[in-house]
Structure formats: C-alpha cells, structure tokens
Ligand binder design. Structure first.
Ligand code: CTP
Length: 407
C-alpha cells in the first residue's frame, strides 16, 4: 500500500498512538507522518518518560493535535475526562514503543498517565509494539505481561532482532514504522469486516454538505446545504453494519458513531476524496456540490475600488456522473436531484444521464423539504421504473426509509 496517496483505506481513520519512554520513541515521528499522509487523523498520548526521548512539540506538530501526557495536567481547569473521550474516539490504539515498564502497567491495569488510562477506556483494538533491550524482552516477567495482555485481546507485534541501543545484538528492536503502519491498516480492515447487520461487509460511500469555491482568501461561493440528510444516511448505513466513509463539505455536524469522515472544502477536493473510495459497494451522493467555481482564485483579498466586478466561473466536475461512468458490476449508485421545477422529468433525466440505480428527488423550496435540519419529503425513483413517494418525515426517518428501499 502506498501511504502517499489518500486512496488508502486509512483516510479519515482515527489513530491513537501511545508512546512510552524508550529510545525507539523517535521512530514514532515517521509513523505519524505515514498515517497523516494516508489521510488518517492522529492523536498522541505520551508517558512522561517518553518526553525525554522525543518532544511533545515534535509529535504534536506532526499529528496536528494536542499531545496528552498527564491525566490531570497542570493549569487544566476544564474537563478531566479526556482519558474517556480519547479512548472512545480511537479506531485503533497503538502503543509503540511499549516499554517493559509500560507493559507491566498495562497488564496490571495501572492508570498513572494518559497512555495507561486510555488503555482502560478504549473500546477499539489495541496493538502493542514492544521495544526494549534483549534481556528485558525475554525476561519471564515481560513474557508473562505480554501473555496476559494477549489473553485480554491485545494484539502484539513481535520485536525485531538486531543491534540494540545497549550495543548488544538480540531481539528487542521496534519494527519499522512502515510495518506498524501496514499492521494497523490490516487491523482496521478486519474490524470493519467483522461488523454485523444487513450491510455487514459492505463499503458505503456517502457525500454530504455543501462545497465552498474560493474567490479570494476571505470569500467563497457556496449554498445552504446543512449536511443533515447525508449525515443521517451515513449514520443509518453504519447502524446496518456497513463500513461507511463520509466525505463531507464544511458543516457543523458531529460525525455519526462508527463512521469515517473525510473533510473536504471544494468540489475538486470532494471529487478527489470520493474517487479514492470508488470501490465502494454502495455510493450515495447527497452533497450539494457547487456546479461552478471561479476561473481564478485571487491570492490576496480583492479590495473594493468603487467599480463593479464580473466573476468568471467555470464548471466543476460532476462527481456523480464520473462515478456512474466507471460503475462496476457490484456497485449501486444513488444520486439526489434537487429540483424546483419539473421534478419528475428532471430527476429521471439525471438518473439516466448519470448511469444511476436510484435517484432521490426533493424540492428545496417546498415547505418542510430540501436543505436544513428537520424534515424532508422525497420520492425514490429506480432505473427499473419503481417510484416510491415518501411522506414528509424527520430526516433520520427519511434516511432509514431510503436505505431500507435501496439495500
Ligand atoms: N453532483 C455531483 N457533482 C456535481 C454536481 C452534482 O456529484 N458537480 C451530484 C449531487 O451530489 C447529486 C446529483 O449530482 O447527487 C444531482 O445534483 P443536482 O444539484 O440536483 O443536479 P446537477 O447535476 O447539479 O444539475 P442541475 O444543477 O442542472 O439541476
């Protein structure tokens, strides 16, 4: 797998990295870089000793997130429940390097730092990557701790053989960052496959929200989409056991439980992110993608000078049409049609033109339908001629009804 392209399955995945105090801690800088390049989100918890080997500033800068060390940091007056929220946030918790001391604490259930506390709150798979001197690694105490942790469900990557910091040769080296990166990816893929429900084993791509097309550094063109309909569809697909990737334009909504969210801003970014997931079994394009983008983006703020201006626009790529064109036999592709006039005719035309299985018609100016939170009233039209008219319903129920009908 090439971590330099966002097409890896790690896009939007939440990686929690626990770094304990061993010389191999420096390798985690490279590990974070690999995850970030693959489009994953990374948060880091370090033991106080780990900060002697690599600085929180380095790992915080690379991960683009705050680094957590103590459970009760000095000068912290706000919430003290980060060990719980971090544990729930993670899709996988990797402890690398896991020193003999940290393994002993994890085995006994100690929680004297953020790293050890999160090990008790995390509900995701935990991957331990021990690294230490050879004699410590083969000591019965360490072996017993690792066996205890394995028996509780932790996954362990064996240390490698080679030259150690002490100058001795033996087993105890941290595996290379690329190897840890690949193992984490395998673990995440296996976790997605093991879900249950009518969409278990299926990959679902949902796009949601508006896009923003920059005019200059402070202005953009966009629309009123709140993202609610797409988020509800993503939530409903995840509840049905699917692996869900939500490619989202700017919204203020919370990521639904069990959904991988990939944030984008412009139509071009949404196109790249959606194309990277074009192997999905079910594709539901709910996003209100801008149809036009400024032909040029000014590098500095355009100043007013009393004269009128003309904005030159050029068309964006029709993402749904592009996905429809390259549709594979196993795929079901669904589009939305936002129509103010001649709804049925326009929707049927889009269904055909974009090579879709279903199109979902809604009217943005109808009372209680279209953009915004609240309700929607939609009509489902299939390429087989089925027409299902749904009554006005809250958007979460509309999402349920859509997934029920199409899957
Ligand atoms: N869509 C897309 N890429 C675009 C524009 C639209 O993928 N650049 C998708 C939307 O997500 C939606 C479907 O195409 O699923 C229809 O969008 P809609 O705005 O109703 O229609 P358009 O294709 O943009 O056509 P028109 O504006 O002429 O109605």
């Amino acid at each position: 797998m090439n971590p330099t392209t966002p097409s890896s399955n790690l896009a939007g995945r939440r990686i929690l990295l626990g770094v304990s105090g061993g010389i191999a801690a420096y390798k985690t800088a490279e590990l974070i870089r690999l995850f970030k390049k693959a489009g994953a989100q990374v948060k880091v918890a370090m033991t106080p000793d780990a900060t002697r080997f690599v600085t929180p500033l380095t790992l915080g800068t690379l991960s683009e997130n705050e680094v957590f060390i103590e459970i009760f940091p000095e000068n912290e007056s706000g919430s003290w429940t980060k060990h719980v929220s971090l544990g729930l946030w993670a899709d996988v918790y990797i402890v690398a390097p896991a020193t003999a001391q940290t393994l002993s604490k994890l085995a006994s259930g100690a929680c004297d730092s953020m790293l050890t506390a999160v090990a008790l709150t995390a509900r995701c798979p935990m991957l331990l990557c021990p690294a230490m001197d050879h004699d410590m690694y083969v000591h019965p105490a360490t072996i017993e701790n690792l066996n205890t942790l394995r028996a509780r469900g932790s996954l362990v990557m064996d240390a490698e053989h080679g030259e150690l910091a002490s100058g001795l040769i033996g087993q105890g080296r941290l595996p290379e960052p690329q190897a840890i990166f690949e193992r984490a990816n395998e673990i995440l893929e296996a976790a997605s496959r093991s879900k249950t429900g009518p969409l278990a084993g299926k990959k679902v791509l949902v796009t949601a929200g508006p896009t923003r097309e920059a005019i200059d550094p402070v202005r953009y063109i966009s629309n009123h989409s709140s993202g609610t309909m797409g988020y509800e569809i993503a939530r409903s697909a995840a509840r049905r056991g699917a692996e869900v990737i939500l490619v989202s334009g700017p919204t203020s909504l919370k990521t639904p439980e069990g959904v991988r969210r990939v944030d984008v801003v412009s139509a071009a970014e949404m196109h790249r992110a959606a194309t990277a997931q074009n192997d999905a079994d079910l594709i539901i394009m709910v996003a209100a993608v801008a149809d036009f983008t400024p032909a040029t983006v000014a590098h500095s703020k355009i100043k007013k000078d009393g004269s009128s201006r003309t904005l030159q626009l050029e068309p964006t790529i029709d993402i749904l049409a592009a996905l429809g064109k390259s549709k594979r036999p196993h795929q079901t592709i669904i589009g939305f049609a936002l129509e103010t006039d001649d709804g049925m005719a326009n929707a049927q035309d889009k269904l055909k033109r974009k090579n879709l299985d279903w199109i979902i018609l809604n009217n943005p100016v109808e009372e209680g339908a279209g953009f915004g939170p609240g309700t929607n009233r939609v009509t489902l039209i299939s390429n087989q001629g089925t027409v299902i008219e749904l009554p006005k319903m809250p958007k979460d129920e509309v999402a349920e009804a859509i997934l029920e009908s199409v899957s």
